[in-house]
Design a protein around this ligand. Structure first.
Ligand code: FRU
Length: 496
């Protein structure tokens, strides 16, 4: 094994000992130590879910991308394995960027990732991005001698070799391999390229699957492509998006394109698009098809523009993954639900039906920092609309984070301005949520340092990291005007 990887493995093992369990989320994956960005190689292999991730073990900032590695049987308890890849070859010495994983016929696991090398001097940004392979047994991986397996000579005219990354691999029913890779043309607009292979090693260009018409940001990162509920779906994370009404407020955010795939031309025609998440922290998700047929998505629970929002100075990890989410397509939209495995860890149920609230209220037993909370909110008299409703959580005398709703505007807002940050980073997002039969339904999942909101059975989600000190664990309710509310609260007792 190469020196760089051995060194990283020895380093991370020691450094991780300095991170107490309760300094991490209870059931969201964080880096073994140091920095994490995109989820990579999300797969089911040899009876376990594997998650790799963009990883810098040596610091809590982005640098020298390795692949970190963890496994799980329920997607909630994660066991760290030693780092899988280090940037130790001439073709990837600037970083082993994002990619994916697949099982080969001989039972080995193949990792397909972007190897980056940098030509020229400092500041010239002459990156050369190529697709590379490492093959292994679920623990150790060897980079193959044929690397890189896709390079600039495989690019259609006008595509940039400096932006050619993030392959997502899958197998067709006939056993052959496909992958979709992000790139962009000289004007900077993203394209997704489809490649095919009979053995997973030798690849050929097949088609331009779909192109950015200029409406959705610039370069397209971390693509995924799959069929779900009879529709073809592309998930992609464009850089530098312009907001459009209530869509695409995150600059770098994730888009869901729902449409049709033409098997003859190998092209995808989008029919609809919308944001995958309307909160602050969500990017670069990837999916897997679980053995039981569920399409499960995990994203990086972070926003590139707020990576300096790190909370305590002595925190030795940065970056979290979202909760794994089950996907479906309903009414032309992507619906997301927390994976059902979470339900087995619910305990201490507290339930209130038809509680009337006006002003500020605490509800007995509704408190906590690792909770699963379901709320249904409606006006107390159908003829009079309330002005606003809010739930505050991760709260103490000094701090709170708030989810508030104004029915006159149909706007749901998450606001972490008072969560303890001393900087003017992005702390708010709004989401357009028209009431259904006068009601809105929310499911809020808190896990120490994050809040994930599933709106109206997962039709929309809002995700935010919240780094408030752990002692802030109160929850309170506020209504301007009268509301009626149903509340069900569970503690999430996922053992450490
Ligand atoms: C997305 C991304 C990818 C790239 C990786 C590098 O967050 O920019 O396109 O592969 O991060 O760490």
């Amino acid at each position: 094994m190469k020196q760089k990887l051995l060194f990283a493995r020895a380093y991370e093992k020691e450094a991780a000992k300095m991170i107490p369990n309760d300094a991490r989320p209870l059931f969201h994956l964080t880096p073994y130590t140091g920095w994490m960005n995109d989820p990579n190689g999300f797969s089911f292999y040899q009876g376990k879910f594997h998650m790799f991730y963009q990883y810098n073990p040596y610091d809590t900032v982005w640098d020298a991308m390795h692949w970190g590695h963890a496994v799980s049987t329920d997607l909630l308890h994660w066991e760290y394995l030693p780092a899988a890849l280090a940037p130790d070859k001439p073709y990837d010495d600037y970083g082993c960027f994002s990619g994916s994983a697949i099982e080969l016929d001989d039972g080995k696991q193949l990792l397909l990732y972007t190897g980056v090398r940098r030509e020229g001097g400092e500041g010239e940004n002459l990156d050369v991005q190529t697709q590379c392979i490492a093959i292994g047994d679920g623990l150790n991986y060897r980079k193959i001698t044929q690397n890189p397996v896709l390079d600039e000579t495989d690019l259609p005219d006008g595509c940039e070799r400096a932006n050619f990354r993030d392959p997502k691999i899958w197998r067709e029913k006939d056993g052959s391999f496909r992958c979709v890779v992000g790139t962009c043309d000289e004007s900077g607009f993203g394209k997704l390229l489809l490649f095919c292979s009979a053995n997973g090693i030798e690849w050929n260009f097949e088609s331009i699957l779909v192109e950015n018409d200029g409406r959705l940001g610039l370069m397209w990162e971390c693509p995924d492509f799959f069929e779900l509920d009879g529709k073809a779906v592309v998930l992609v994370s464009p850089q530098d998006m312009l907001p459009k009404c209530f869509e695409y407020h995150n600059g770098n955010g994730t888009v869901c394109l729902i449409g049709a795939f033409d098997g003859q031309t190998k092209t995808f025609t989008p029919e609809r698009d919308h944001s995958v998440d309307y909160g602050i922290d969500f990017y670069a998700p990837t999916t897997l098809l679980a053995p039981d047929g569920r399409r499960i998505m995990i994203g990086w629970m972070q926003n590139w523009d707020t990576t300096k929002l790190t909370g305590r100075k002595d925190r030795r990890w940065f970056g979290q993954m979202t909760l794994p989410r089950e996907l479906s397509i309903r009414n032309g939209r992507l619906f997301q639900q927390p994976i059902r495995e979470l339900e087995q860890y619910r305990s201490n149920c507290v339930r209130y039906e038809n509680v009337r609230i006006e002003g500020d209220t605490h509800l007995d037993g509704v408190t906590g920092r690792t909770v699963d909370l379901e709320l249904t909110i409606r006006p107390d008299r159908s003829t009079v609309m309330y002005h606003s409703f809010a739930i505050r959580f991760m709260q103490n005398e000094q701090f709170y984070t708030e989810l508030s709703y104004r029915p006159y505007e149909s706007l749901l807002r998450i606001d972490r301005k008072f969560s303890g940050s001393r900087r003017a980073y992005i702390h708010q997002r709004r989401c357009y949520v028209p009431p259904r039969n006068g009601e809105i339904k929310l499911r809020l999942i808190l896990d120490r340092f994050s809040a994930e909101v599933f709106i109206n059975d997962g039709e929309q989600t809002m995700t935010a990291t919240v780094l408030t000190e752990l002692s802030a664990n109160d929850i309170s309710f506020h209504a301007d005007g009268g509301i009626m509310m149903n509340v069900t609260k569970y503690d999430l007792c996922v053992k450490e």
